[in-house]
Design a protein around this ligand. Structure first.
Ligand SMILES: Cc1cc2nc3c(=O)[nH]c(=O)nc-3n(C[C@H](O)[C@H](O)[C@H](O)COP(=O)(O)O)c2cc1C
Length: 198
């Protein structure tokens, strides 16, 4: 698939089939992530793939525990689109353990070498994560960026022996889509583009 088409239809996928994503494919996605630009080519990133049910189940329980207050108190979405998004987000959180694989995007505080700044960890992991989701879309695989598994960060650290110097930023759900990809809905480019001067 053409990369522009992949970007145009790379909607967040929150519903997956049970079909496992082969490890070679998951590795291919991480390969795509690591082709991204990054500060000074420091490549301070690391990717943890969680596809083991014995890890996903306890992490999923903790995620649900953390999200429960939000689920029970959340106001309805402002419109149908937002309501569907919130319902999808809840579905994903409630079904954490059923998602075929989670890829955790992490980074080390290593740039610049003489005076490392935390902000460069974000600059490192987010372009890589975006590469990953676009590559996945091109292969017909759905993904969803999430932050809510942060509730289970201590469990993930413990169960997966994550080294202390790795900071976890983004948790990407990965699986074969159970719903169709759609064109992404974004502001018209004219609203956000300025030529030379505001
Ligand atoms: C940093 C980041 C965090 C996100 N966190 C969540 C999340 O916790 N749960 C979720 O369902 N979607 C999450 N998303 C996905 C966005 O909600 C989604 O991309 C946005 O609503 C636009 O929808 P679309 O990508 O399907 O066009 C996140 C996206 C980003 C970039």
């Amino acid at each position: 698939m053409d990369v522009i088409e992949a970007m145009n239809t790379c909607t967040a996928m929150r519903y997956f089939t049970d079909e496992p994503v082969p490890r070679e494919v998951l590795q291919q996605l991480v390969h795509a992530a690591t082709r991204a630009s990054n500060p000074g080519n420091s490549q301070g990133w690391a990717f943890l793939v969680i596809d083991d049910p014995a890890i996903k189940a306890p992490v999923g329980e903790k995620v649900l525990e953390g999200m429960q207050p939000f689920f029970s108190a959340r106001p309805p979405g402002r419109d149908g689109v937002e309501e569907r998004m919130l319902q999808g987000a809840e579905h994903l959180a409630r079904n954490f353990a059923q998602v075929p694989a989670w890829i955790v995007g992490m980074a080390r505080n290593v740039y610049p070498p003489h005076d490392p700044q935390e902000s460069f960890m974000h600059s490192t992991i987010y372009p890589a994560a975006q590469n990953l989701i676009v590559a996945a879309r091109s292969l017909g695989i759905g993904t969803c960026f999430t932050t809510f598994p942060g509730y289970a960060q201590p469990q993930i650290r413990a169960l997966c022996n994550v080294p202390q110097d790795l900071h976890m930023f983004v948790y990407i759900a990965v699986g074969y889509p159970a719903r169709p990809f759609k064109p992404v809905r974004r502001k018209p480019v004219d609203e956000v583009l300025t030529w030379n001067r505001f």
